[in-house]
Write a protein that binds this ligand. Structure first.
Ligand SMILES: *Cc1c(COP(=O)(O)O)cnc(C)c1O
Length: 413
């Protein structure tokens, strides 16, 4: 309520007396303070309890959060850890993926999707994305697997990313896994679910689909902590046990180290924050879906939605697969003149963001992998066209209207 008034006030005060109505609603890309305003009492009390107990490392709330999060993900086990990047790395390590092994993944993701593979001692093999959904294309994964059968490199896993909150076409990946598996080899599927807590494929939640799944609770994710935090889920009891060992120096009994793990625990304070927020997640995800539907409605009304997959004159809206139930961690359009559009919006104080401007195979740090420009044309083209618009549960309808009006203004000028 307070917020709505604030938005109106801005409109009134800066529109002044001019006859021409100025577009004066400023829209942040993300404003976490609105969420905090709603949760301040609950969060303060949850944090206070941890301080009163002083059980900062693997305290009460960690086990409680792991149990609640596992249930939400339809997974038997959840193991909290220090970040989403660590979650990816721990999942690969627990699966025994390392030296002389390869993992197929997408070049259109956050850096740690690939760096976690290298940190585990394995090598990433990139496969291109589907131009309409922007997630790993199963057909390109099959090609990569085919090429590898002749080569010496052993492919142990596929690491698809549920980008922007939409799962990959999981049916296809399960089929690939079945085709590939034989007596002598097994293919693990590891989900990068960092952007997809609550997303589903044919009713099955992200986190319950793969051999293991990695989540991030980086503050800007759809379930965000008050700092760094992450989690791995799995249906496999043995794997869960290994993950617990690896996140705490391979130590079950104090100062007896069974293997070389690392320190990557989920802080009790972060778990306390996450326990509070987890109760709101379904509502928040539902609100994100409503906001996405409203963007579609507004863009259609403005005559600004091209069929795609590539934009020709203006923009293409996100494609949702029939079996997918996305959570719209991001609402990402493809736009012609993307960089000029972004500057234009910035000039009108409307936030937007680019996830991600440089595909991983062209990152300087990964040059040694030997990839070149042109190797993954869909990812490269997407990197030059994608633009994420503001979407967070507390975003107001007036703000969405301002975003769409500004974009219409850009293409109609
Ligand atoms: C955020 C993110 C990560 C990394 O998570 P951190 O918690 O920041 O380490 C990995 N993959 C994807 C797709 C992400 O969005």
């Amino acid at each position: 309520m307070e917020r709505r008034e604030r938005v109106k006030e801005t409109k009134r005060s800066s529109a002044g007396g001019s006859a021409e109505p100025l577009q004066t609603v400023q829209v942040p890309m993300l404003d976490l303070s609105r969420e905090y305003a709603e949760l301040i009492k609950e969060l303060s009390s949850a944090i206070k309890q941890v301080f009163e107990r002083q059980d900062f490392i693997l305290g009460t709330e960690v086990a409680a959060f792991e149990a609640a999060a596992a249930a939400r993900c339809g997974s038997r086990f959840a193991v909290g850890c220090a970040s989403g990047s660590d979650a990816l790395w721990l999942a690969l390590m627990a699966l025994g993926i390392g030296e002389n092994q390869c993992v197929i993944t997408t070049p259109f993701s956050f850096f740690s999707t690939a760096s976690s593979i290298l940190r585990a001692g394995a090598r990433p093999i990139f496969a291109d994305i589907d131009p309409s959904t922007l997630v790993l294309d199963p057909a390109r994964v099959r090609e990569a697997l085919g090429e590898s059968s002749s080569a010496e490199r052993r492919i142990s896993a596929v690491l698809p990313v549920h980008l922007y909150g939409q799962t990959v076409c999981w049916t296809e990946f399960e089929q690939i896994q079945q085709e590939f598996n034989s007596e002598s080899r097994a293919l693990s599927l590891v989900e990068d679910a960092a952007q997809a807590f609550g997303a589903r494929w044919q009713g099955r939640p992200a986190g319950s689909l793969g051999t293991a799944a990695a989540f991030s609770f980086y503050p800007t994710k759809n379930l965000g902590a008050a700092g760094d935090a992450g989690m791995v889920t799995t249906q496999d009891a043995g794997l869960a046990e290994r993950l617990r060992l690896l996140r705490a120096h391979g130590m079950r009994q104090r100062y007896l180290h069974e293997e070389i793990g690392w320190n990557s625990r989920l802080d009790t304070l972060q778990a306390a924050v996450l326990n509070v927020k987890l109760q709101y997640l379904d509502r928040w995800n539902e609100q994100r879906r409503r906001l996405a539907a409203n963007y579609r409605h507004l863009f259609a009304a403005a005559g600004l939605a091209e069929p795609g997959p590539y934009p020709e004159r203006s923009i293409v809206l996100p494609t949702v697969q029939t079996a997918a139930e996305p959570v719209f961690h991001q609402f990402v359009i493809r736009a012609t003149h993307r960089d000029q559009l972004r500057s234009f919006l910035l000039g009108r104080k409307i936030g937007s963001a680019i996830y991600y401007p440089i595909p991983l195979h062209l990152q300087p740090a990964l040059k040694f992998l030997g990839y070149h420009a042109g190797d993954f044309p869909q990812s490269e083209r997407a990197a030059s066209e994608v633009l994420a618009l503001p979407i967070f549960p507390q975003l107001q309808a007036e703000e969405q209207e301002a975003v769409v009006a500004a974009i219409a203004g850009f293409y109609n000028q």
